[in-house]
Design a protein around this ligand. Structure first.
Ligand SMILES: Cc1cc2nc3c(=O)[nH]c(=O)nc-3n(C[C@H](O)[C@H](O)[C@H](O)COP(=O)(O)OP(=O)(O)OC[C@H]3O[C@@H](n4cnc5c(N)ncnc54)[C@H](O)[C@@H]3O)c2cc1C
Length: 396
C-alpha cells in the first residue's frame, strides 16, 4: 500500500532506487543499526555517507550554504530515501549521531563550529558518537552524573562514564552531555559539548554483544581537558539543545515500517522453503494465521506512521503519536523475528557462515537484535508511560 505518495514523490523514489542499486556499498546486510566490523567496512560506509549527502538524499534540511536543498527538501522525501535504503537492506549514512550534532550546531552552534564540523560530516570523513547514556542514566537521562568543571582558560575538565556509545570505537568526535551546575534542578544544570575522542583521558572500550559484534562501547572520561569552543550553545542549555536535536526528523519510523514489511515478506518466503510434519510450512493453517496477523499489524503500523508524518509536517503532532509508532514497531519486530527463528527449527541455531544456515543465518541475527529496538530511543515501558499519562491522561 502507498499512503498518500504523489506522482512527483514516486518519480523521486525511482531516482533514489536507481541510485541505491548503482552505488550501495558491498557490506553484508545485518539486522538493525550496526557499526562497521573492520576498517575496510568503515571506509566503505564513509564513502557511502559522502555519496548520500552529495546526492542530497541526506542533510536536505541543512542551510543551503552547507549543502541543504532549500525548497526541494521535504519530510516526505526523507521518508522515501529511508524507505528505499530499508527496502534494499542497505546501510544508512554513518550515522545518527552526526545528524544529531549537525542539527545542534545548525540551531545553536557558532559559525566557526559549523564551518569546522559540517563539511566533514557531509563528506562522510568525520564520524561522531552520541555520549548521552550512562550506567545509571538511560530512561532518566536528566539524572546524568558526568561532570564538566570550568577551567581558568575558559575551557572545561570532564570526568565520568558513558555507555551504549554506538560507533564510539570509530569516532573522531563525541556529542556529549555533562553536568555543569550540580546545584540547579537536574534538567537545568546540563551542557552540550563536542569532544575530540583522541584527547588524553578518553578511553573507549568496545562491548561484545550477543549478536557477536561490537556495535556499542563504554567510554571513560578521566580529567579530559576541553577547549572553550567545545561548548555548544549557552552554558546549562544542554537539555533543550539535546531535545531539539533529537526532534528534527521522523523518517526513521517510516524506514522501520518498511523494514518490518520486508521481513514479513521474507517470512512468507521462508515458510515456503521449510516443512512442518513433512509438509511446506506455508500450508499449515496456524502458520498462515500468524502470517496474516503480522502482515495486518505491519499495515496498521504503516498507516499510523504516515498519519504521524503528515501531522508532524503540519505541526499538529500529538504527544503520543511517536511513542505509539515506536512501541508498535519494536514489539512487532520481536514477534516477526521470533517466528522466523521458530520456522528455521533446529537450523535457527546456525549463524552467518555456518553450513546449513537458513537464509544465511539471518533469522538468529534478526531475533537477537530485535530486542535492542525495544530499549534504544526510549524503552517500551517508557513509551507506554507516555501514551498512558500524556496521551490518555491516565494517572501516573
Ligand atoms: C542498540 C542501542 C544503541 C544505543 N546507542 C546509544 C548511543 O549511541 N548513545 C547513547 O547515549 N545511548 C545509546 N543507547 C542507550 C539508550 O538510549 C538507553 O538504553 C535507553 O535510554 C534505556 O536506558 P537504560 O538502558 O539505562 O535502561 P534503564 O533506564 O536503566 O531501564 C531499565 C529497565 O527499567 C525500565 N524503566 C525505567 N524507568 C521506568 C519507568 N519510569 N517506568 C517503567 N519502567 C521503567 C525500562 O523500561 C527498562 O526495562 C543505545 C541503546 C541501544 C539498545
Amino acid at each position: 500500500m502507498d499512503y498518500g505518495m504523489t506522482a512527483e514523490l514516486e518519480e523521486f523514489r525511482s531516482e533514489v532506487r536507481a541510485f541505491v542499486a548503482g552505488n550501495a556499498p558491498d557490506v553484508a546486510p545485518k539486522a538493525g543499526v550496526r557499526s562497521a566490523e573492520n576498517p575496510k567496512e568503515l571506509a566503505l560506509l564513509k564513502e557511502w555517507t559522502g555519496k548520500l549527502f552529495a546526492a542530497g538524499y541526506v542533510g536536505g534540511s541543512w542551510p543551503e550554504r552547507f549543502g541543504g536543498r532549500g525548497d526541494a527538501h521535504s519530510a516526505e522525501r526523507d521518508v522515501v530515501v529511508g524507505e528505499e535504503l530499508a527496502r534494499a537492506r542497505t546501510p544508512a549514512a554513518v550515522q545518527g549521531a552526526a545528524n544529531l550534532v549537525a542539527n545542534a550546531l545548525i540551531d545553536f552552534g557558532t559559525e566557526e563550529q559549523r564551518e569546522k564540523y559540517l563539511p566533514g560530516i557531509r563528506s562522510g570523513e568525520l564520524i561522531f558518537c552520541q555520549l548521552f547514556s550512562e550506567p545509571s542514566s538511560g530512561s532518566d537521562l536528566a539524572s546524568l552524573r558526568t561532570k564538566a568543571v570550568g577551567t581558568p582558560n575558559g575551557g572545561f575538565r570532564v570526568t565520568g562514564q558513558k555507555v551504549w556509545t554506538t560507533n564510539g570505537q570509530w569516532s573522531d568526535f563525541g556529542y556529549l552531555l555533562a553536568r555543569t551546575d550540580p546545584d540547579a534542578p537536574k534538567h537545568r544544570g546540563i551542557s552540550a559539548f563536542i569532544v575530540d575522542m583522541r584527547l588524553p583521558g578518553v578511553d573507549v572500550r568496545p562491548l561484545r554483544e550477543m549478536t557477536g559484534t561490537s556495535d556499542f562501547n563504554e567510554v571513560f572520561l578521566d580529567d579530559v581537558e576541553l577547549p572553550p569552543d567545545a561548548l555548544i550553545g549557552e552554558l546549562n542549555q544542554g537539555w533543550s539543545i539535546a531535545n531539539s536535536s533529537l526532534g528534527h526528523e521522523r523518517s526513521g519510523v517510516a524506514t522501520n515500517a518498511v523494514r518490518l514489511r520486508r521481513n514479513v515478506a521474507a517470512l512468507v518466503d521462508l515458510a515456503g522453503k521449510v516443512t512442518i510434519n513433512g509438509l511446506p510450512a506455508i500450508e499449515d493453517g496456524a502458520v498462515q494465521d500468524r502470517l496474516g496477523r503480522l502482515s495486518a499489524s505491519v499495515e496498521a503500523l504503516s498507516a499510523l506512521v504516515y498519519a504521524n508524518i503528515s501531522r508532524w509536517s503540519r505541526q499538529s503532532e500529538r504527544v503520543s503519536d511517536g511513542p505509539m509508532a515506536k512501541l508498535l514497531f519494536s514489539e512487532l519486530g520481536v514477534e516477526i523475528a521470533r517466528m522466523g527463528l521458530e520456522l528455521c527449527g533446529e537450523a535457527g541455531i546456525l549463524v552467518e557462515g555456518d553450513v546449513g544456515a537458513v537464509d544465511h543465518g539471518r533469522w538468529q541475527d534478526e531475533f537477537l537484535y530485535a530486542r535492542a529496538y525495544t530499549i534504544a530511543g526510549g524503552s517500551s515501558e517508557i513509551m507506554r508511560n507516555i501514551i498512558a499519562e500524556r496521551g490518555l491522561r491516565m494517572p501516573r
